[in-house]
Write a protein that binds this ligand. Structure first.
Ligand code: 5GP
Ligand code: ZN
Length: 111
C-alpha cells in the first residue's frame, strides 16, 4: 500500500523515533508546530478516525496511554492531542495519527 506512515513503520522512510511497541509508533513531526510535536500512530493501517469501530478502538485507547507515558517521561507541562479527520479538517496523511503537542501556549477554539 502506498502509505507514507506505513513506510515509516516499515523503516522504508526514516523517522526520529520517540517510542515504539508492538501496536504503535511515535516519532517527531517533520514540520513541528510546537516545541514538542510528536505523531503517535497505530501500526495497523487505519485511514482515519472515521474508520474506528468496536474492533479497533482499543488502539485509540492505547495511543492515549502512550501519550500520557511520553508526557510523563518528558515532563510536559500541559499538552494538546489533535486528530484531523478528513480533508476539510486538514488531514493530509490518510493513516490515522494523533499529534501530541506541547511547549507553548495553545489558543481555544482552534482554527
Ligand atoms: P495531518 O495534517 O494529516 O493531520 O498531519 C500530518 C503530519 O505529518 C503533518 O504535521 C506533517 O508535518 C507530518 N509529516 C508529513 N510527512 C512527514 C514525514 O515524512 N515525516 C514526518 N516525521 N512527519 C511527516
Ligand atoms: Zn498506512
Amino acid at each position: 500500500m502506498d502509505c507514507l506512515f506505513c513506510k515509516i513503520i516499515n523503516g522504508d522512510i526514516p523517522s526520529s523515533k520517540v517510542y515504539e511497541d508492538d501496536k504503535v509508533l511515535a516519532f517527531n513531526d517533520i514540520e513541528p508546530q510546537a516545541p514538542v510535536h510528536i505523531l503517535i500512530i497505530p501500526k495497523e493501517h487505519i485511514a482515519s478516525a472515521a474508520e474506528i469501530n468496536a474492533g479497533n478502538s482499543g488502539l485509540v485507547a492505547h495511543v492515549f496511554e502512550v501519550a500520557a507515558k511520553i508526557a510523563k517521561e518528558k515532563n510536559l507541562d500541559g499538552f494538546r492531542i489533535v486528530n484531523n479527520c478528513g480533508d476539510s479538517a486538514g488531514q493530509t496523511v490518510k493513516h490515522i495519527h494523533f499529534h501530541l503537542m506541547s511547549g507553548r501556549e495553545f489558543t481555544w477554539p482552534a482554527g
